[in-house]
Structures are given as C-alpha cells and as structure tokens.
Write a protein that binds this ligand. Structure first.
Ligand code: IMP
Ligand code: MG
Length: 183
C-alpha cells in the first residue's frame, strides 16, 4: 500500500530509532533528576516521536499534550495560533521540553512558546525531530535538539500526515505527487 505512493524513503525506521536513542541520551544528560521536567507534545504530529523519545529519557518526566491550530492565511500558516486542547498540568516553575515533529516556517512554534512563557515556567527547551532550514526566513527560534535537517519537501510518516493519513507508517517518506492529484 505505502510502496505505491512512495517517491522516496527519506529516513528509515532504523535511522529514526537510532536518532531517538541519541536524543534521549543527550536530553538525559542535560537535565538533573531533581528538575521538574514536563515533556510537552504538540499534537498530533509529534505523538509517535514523543512516545519513542520519552522511553529513552532516563529521568522522572511528566508527559503532557497540547493541540493547537493555526488560522490559514492563503497557502501558509499565518502563525495565528489557537489552543484546541490545553495542557492538563501547570507549568509554573517547571522545566518545559517542547517536543515537535517538524519546524517548517517556525510560526506555530513561536506562538506556542509565547503562550507558554506567560505561564512562568523555569525554562523552555525545544526538541524537534525534523527541521526544514530552507523555509526559515527572518523568524528565528533557538532549537536545543534537532533530529534531522531535511530539504524543503513535503514528508509524511512517523506521526506526520497527509490529509490525516500515514501517521502510522514507521519511516519518513516523500509521497508521489499522484497522491495529491488523485484526490
Ligand atoms: P510551521 O508553523 O510552518 O512551522 O508549521 C509546522 C507544522 O506544519 C508542523 O507541526 C506540521 O504539522 C506541519 N508540516 C510542516 N511541514 C510538513 C510536512 O512536510 N509534512 C507534514 N506536515 C508538515
Ligand atoms: Mg499536519
């Protein structure tokens, strides 16, 4: 099924798992066990990444989830972000580790950070699986951990969707253009 719509496998399951393990070890080394760490998953794209990553973080972390939507302005996100599902936990005084699937124009993340900063966390760090640096224009966000830098191509799998599908595929691939044309 997936083979038929695959143009190219960009990151294999083995590469993803190796990277996640590496990131987990780095994150474990960065914090101390006395820190009040809360890993925040930005739904839905980051849910698989966070599930895997959290299992390689050897610290007593709290896991929480947030769903946001950005108002569409033409072909790109305007960066005007609205909370669909807020965190269950208070982040005041806590060390927040934001877990993202991909940083594209960075607008979504910038707005999420701005919203979370108003809640007075002790710190906010960012871990993204993918980064499309070509898409970054004048906006800048300091990313603490970045799994893979990828070219400016639309990718799906390992949490990332096309039309809400293919999040369950264990690797990251570039779909054939026919995928869009057939709809
Ligand atoms: P940004 O505000 O442009 O950085 O938007 C980032 C969000 O857009 C991500 O969290 C993804 O949900 C989505 N996105 C960006 N690029 C891709 C892609 O190549 N495939 C699937 N979703 C993407
Ligand atoms: Mg999406």
């Amino acid at each position: 099924m997936v083979e038929e719509i695959t143009e190219e496998i960009l990151i294999t399951e083995e590469q993803l798992q190796a990277k996640v393990k590496e990131l987990g070890a780095e994150i474990t080394a960065e914090y101390s066990k006395d820190d009040d760490i809360i890993m925040v998953c930005i739904l839905r794209g980051a849910f698989i990444f966070m599930a895997d990553l959290a299992r390689h973080v050897n610290l007593p972390v709290v896991l929480d989830f947030m769903d946001v939507t950005s108002y569409e302005g033409g072909v790109e996100t305007t960066g005007d972000v609205r909370i669909i599902k807020d965190l269950e936990e208070s982040i005041e005084g806590k060390d927040v580790l934001l877990v993202e699937d991909i940083i594209d124009t960075v607008l979504t993340l910038q707005h999420v950070i701005k919203m979370l900063e108003t809640r007075d966390p002790a710190s906010i760090k960012i871990c993204t699986l993918l980064d499309k640096p070509d898409r970054r224009t004048e906006k800048k966000v300091e990313v603490d951990w970045n799994g893979f830098e990828i070219p400016n191509k639309f990718v799906v799998g390992y949490g990332l969707d096309y039309d809400e599908k293919y999040r369950n595929i264990p690797h990251i691939f570039v779909p054939k253009p026919e995928l869009y044309q057939s709809e």
